[in-house]
Design a protein around this ligand. Structure first.
Ligand SMILES: Cc1ncc(COP(=O)(O)O)c(C=O)c1O
Length: 470
């Protein structure tokens, strides 16, 4: 045991006193596994041996091992000790959506129609932004992000999403995923050990939290959204209140209040992932939850659905007590280019952003209506939900249908699909211990370019009819 350990070349740098020992040990082990200095299958020393080696308490090592087993980095098997797991969570993560499907038609969720990107409006805004930029804009930037963009977003978010915001509370980041990573790092540095996320959430987001050393607890979902009553002592909870991803319901008002009460009682924070809040079709948009309690809720928005994921632009609106620490974390990353920020600021203040959203909303609404009509006409056995907002719908499959069969059958006909449980790109995370839902497809009706949409829907209905179980 000690031989294989020694030859694996693990260099464990540890604080040897104080409460940081266990955390230091966990971090050192995670880093070593992530970097492959500890390879899958390698047996780690017994807690007694490692404790003696490092001169620390045996319980400290045992607790650290237990935590890493819970996170999936290590695996314990009766009789054969503790080994490095074969599929550590953070190494098996998949992208939210691969850059492009090799298939000609794509109805997976996660992307708007990127062929609609407003190229000429963006170019005009970029020209203006570069012309008008003060020289200091070409220097090293402020980690908060450009003030011009923070001011523009302050006006937009207050007006369009009901967010209570001033520019000093806004941090510009590279999309929600980056914002989440900043928050997880700050929470971890403050001693947090766990974060709660909604069942079926995006695998990437879980991987980000686990990669920061946090345990991720799963909140089940019912017809009213995330079951807030199941929150415990986590340091925070990530919610999609306007349009649950991927099931599609809005978080019920009572649940919103309960989440705020939980945060007030426990000191936890609510992270509001408002990824597609601009797109609501049948009623007024559901306002941001953040407005109920700006000191307890982090509001996070992104340009990934409203414009394009390739921009890598997002924003956090923070409670006062998080601003300095999140800014310090952001300063270490030092990306989100100033000229792109200035261009987006100009795009918003010139009114182009609102116009683009309004046009897109109309277009996606028509697509949604076409999808629903096509299914009603040709596959009435399919129950469609989650369509009041956003760019995706949930198609519940009748008993006997299996997601994997439909996905496979569609792929043979050139159509990329993903399911709630099984998906081609594993964009959705299923916790089978907490959720038992019928098999379903998550249809991203925003994804195809306009010219391919009708054909993609025709293929979908054909697949649902022709690939029905025998
Ligand atoms: C639930 C959810 N949140 C946020 C995002 C956006 O992430 P990002 O801003 O990092 O592109 C997505 C993208 O598909 C998503 O599905």
């Amino acid at each position: 045991v000690s031989d294989s350990w020694a030859t694996s070349g693990v260099d464990l740098h540890l604080e040897t006193t104080g409460p940081g020992v266990r955390v230091g040990l966990e971090t050192a082990l995670r880093d070593a596994i992530r970097d492959r200095r500890l390879v899958p299958g390698l047996r780690v020393p017994s807690s007694r041996a490692l404790a003696a080696d490092l001169g620390i308490a045996r319980n400290t090592v045992a607790d650290a091992y237990a935590q890493l087993i819970a996170e999936g980095w290590l695996a314990a098997r009766q009789g054969s000790g503790t080994r490095v797991a074969h599929q550590p969570v953070a190494l098996t993560r998949a992208r939210v959506l691969p850059a492009a499907s090799p298939l000609p038609y794509d109805l997976r969720a996660g992307s708007p129609d990127i062929s609609r990107f407003p190229r000429s409006g963006w170019l005009s805004a970029a020209r203006r932004a570069v012309n008008d930029a003060p020289s200091e804009a070409f220097g090293y930037g402020d980690p908060h992000g450009r003030l011009e963009l923070r001011q523009a977003l302050t006006g937009y978010l207050a007006r369009a999403r009901g967010v209570r915001v001033t520019p000093d509370r806004v941090i510009i980041c590279s999309g929600f995923t980056h914002g989440l990573s900043l928050l997880c790092r700050v929470l971890r540095s403050r001693g947090a050990t766990a974060l709660a996320m909604e069942a079926y959430g995006t695998a990437d987001h879980r991987a980000v939290a686990v990669g920061c050393g946090l345990r991720v607890d799963t909140l089940p979902i019912d017809d009213h959204g995330a079951v807030i009553g199941r929150l415990g002592d986590q340091a925070g909870v990530v919610l999609t209140p306007a349009h649950q991803f991927p099931l599609g319901m809005a978080l019920a008002p009572q649940r919103r209040t309960s989440a705020i009460e939980w945060a007030a009682d426990t000191g936890g924070i609510v992270i509001e992932d408002d990824y597609d809040g601009e797109f609501r079709y049948d009623r007024q948009p559901v306002g941001a939850m953040q407005s109920l309690a700006p000191e307890l809720v982090v509001f996070s928005g992104t340009a990934s659905k409203s414009l394009a994921p390739g921009l890598r632009l997002g924003w956090l609106v923070l409670p006062g007590h998080l601003v300095d620490d999140v800014t310090a974390a952001k300063a270490l990353d030092d990306y989100t280019p100033a000229l792109d920020q200035l261009t987006l600021a100009e795009f918003i203040t010139s009114g182009r952003y609102d116009r683009h959203i309004r046009r897109s909303r109309l277009s996606y609404r028509r697509r949604r209506d076409r999808l629903v009509a096509a299914l009603q006409g040709q596959a009435p056995q399919i129950h469609v939900t989650g369509i009041a907002a956003g760019l995706h719908a949930l198609l519940e499959l009748p008993p006997g249908y299996r997601e994997e069969d439909i996905i496979e059958c569609a792929a043979q006909r050139g159509l990329a699909l993903e399911g709630l449980r099984v998906s081609g790109c594993t964009s959705v995370y299923t916790d089978s211990r907490t959720e038992e839902r019928p098999d379903a497809l998550v249809i991203g009706y925003g994804t195809p370019p306009g010219h391919a949409y009708n054909a993609a829907i025709a293929l979908l209905t054909a697949v649902l009819m022709e690939c029905a179980p025998a």
